[in-house]
Ligand binder design. Structure first.
Ligand code: BES
Ligand code: MG
Ligand code: ZN
Length: 463
């Protein structure tokens, strides 16, 4: 059966018998059969339609169509463009298709009965449809790479398997993959990755991805890759601990972003640093009171083994600095506190140049990966004091946990470097299964990171 998609921005456009449907608002759908035809009415009534709204509509359309087992959906692209203001036709079509493809994502590889729903086709009639489709597929596929990695259970995605998947993914691409295993970690300066990772039977790795490494200084992307975080000796408790298989959401976002930028033929020098560990208690596990000496000489007392993310990210920041990166962007499922501060829809974003924050927030809005500016409060540095070492990885206050985690990282960043830190602990899953978000991981960060990297380069050219 084919279905014609009808955009409805006023109830009067609905068939008369349905007009009293007072629940029909933006994003709501209604499927109606008329003789041999089917129509999917889609609510579009909203004051100002954004790119993300269009993606949302694409996603809701796909979800409804899958429910009804429809094979073909037809949408007149003019009707779609008419509901937007000052958006380019191609942009609108790409957003709708991106939502459509993202909503089709399923993670069912471990189900014996792989429920294969029919893949519905969407037909739009604008002239640059094929180019738009190509771009939407590049963006959605990269996001789905991150979703796939996050959805994998902890026994199916160890650091070793993560590394193997990276090699496979970037084989035959312009992205070079270098892997450092446990024997090379200390020599390469990754002392904290070694300390945190050595407690597990699944040993730690660092993956380095390079794109156009011969062109100028690199922009560094760093992603926290804790494939499972039990808390270690400071064990986590509670029934939701299985969620901690997604403590590599930052690493997944960086992986997806590198794939996206490579597919877009990005011309700048990009270095991705992905530390991969399992944080568990064991005979070789690192202990509270341990002191870690970093490659720059800074020492850190382990106040809490569950604050492992900041420890391994610090190694990566030092590596980025040593590689001459003047732009460093890290992303991590770093603190539970960020969800307390911001809820589950917007990740926290920090930057050592505050002027950048509002622009970054805008990029979040246009990419669909929402972020909200958070402050780096110098006064809180004193909460990270240690009697034994230069720093403690655990704050002495129960307040402002996301800010103290960010302040910890700031100790490793040089002043002449623009550093952006994204705490995505609260957005690794969608806040609701709606629009283009299916069950499981959100794929947060892939599109935002790629856009930030592209902007950093534009600003370099302007300066
Ligand atoms: N991986 C967690 C943060 C997290 C919490 C991610 C909830 C996703 C959902 C991180 O390693 C952690 O354990 N952070 C501690 C830090 C504390 C011990 C200073 C936290 O947030 O409680
Ligand atoms: Mg932890
Ligand atoms: Zn963690």
């Amino acid at each position: 059966m084919n279905v014609q998609i009808m955009l409805v921005d006023s109830l009067t456009e609905l068939p008369s018998s349905y007009r009293n449907e007072n629940l029909f608002s933006f994003g709501k759908t209604l499927l109606i059969h008329k003789e041999n035809e089917a129509y999917l009415y889609l609510g579009t009534d909203k004051a100002r339609i954004t790119m993300e709204d269009i993606r949302y509509l694409g996603g809701e359309t796909r979800r409804q169509i899958e429910k009804w087992n429809v094979k073909y959906a037809i949408l007149d692209s003019k009707s779609l463009i008419n509901i937007t203001h000052q958006m380019k036709e191609e942009e609108v079509v790409v957003c709708f298709l991106e939502g459509w493809y993202l909503a089709g994502y399923k993670f069912n590889k471990y189900k014996r009965k792989n429920v294969t729903t029919l893949e519905p086709k969407l037909k739009l009639n604008n002239k640059s449809y094929h180019d738009c489709r190509k771009l939407a597929l590049i963006r959605s596929n990269a996001t789905n790479i991150a979703r796939d990695l996050c959805n994998e259970p902890a026994n199916k995605l160890t650091p070793k398997i993560f590394v193997k998947r990276l090699k496979e993914m970037f084989q035959d691409t312009k992205v070079e993959v270098e892997i450092i295993d446990i024997h090379g970690l200390k020599e390469a300066g990754f002392h904290a990755v070694h300390a945190v990772g050595k407690g597990s039977g699944s040993l730690p790795y660092v993956a380095l991805l390079r794109l156009n490494s011969e062109v100028g200084d690199p922009t560094a992307l760093i992603g926290k890759g804790v494939t499972f975080d039990s808390g270690g000796i400071n064990a986590k408790t509670g029934k939701d601990i299985g969620e901690m298989k997604m403590d590599m959401g930052g690493a997944a976002a960086v992986t997806g972003a590198v794939k996206l930028l490579a597919d877009l033929n990005y011309q700048g020098n990009l270095l991705a640093i992905i530390p991969l560990v399992v944080n568990v208690a064991g005979k070789d596990a690192y202990l509270p009171s341990d002191v870690i000496t970093y490659k720059n000489g800074l020492t850190v007392e382990v106040g809490n083994t569950d604050a492992e993310g900041r420890l391994i990210l610090a190694d990566a920041i030092l590596h980025a600095t040593a590689s001459n990166a003047k732009h460093i962007i890290d992303i991590a499922t770093l603190t539970g506190s960020i969800g307390h501060a911001l809820g589950l829809k917007k990740a926290g974003i920090f930057c050592n140049d505050e002027d950048w924050l509002w622009g970054l927030k805008e990029l979040g809005e246009s990419s669909g990966d929402y972020v909200w500016p958070m402050p780096l409060v110098d006064a809180y540095q004193s909460l990270l004091e240690s009697d034994t070492a230069d720093l403690n990885n655990m704050s002495s206050s129960i307040y402002g946990g996301s800010i103290t985690a960010a302040m910890f990282l700031k100790n490793f960043v040089l002043d002449d470097c623009r550093w952006i830190h994204i705490d995505m602990a609260n957005t690794v899953r969608p806040w609701k299964e709606e629009g283009y978000y299916p069950a499981g991981a959100s794929g947060f960060g892939v599109r935002l990171l790629a856009e930030i990297v592209q902007c950093e380069r534009i600003s370099d050219v302007i300066c």
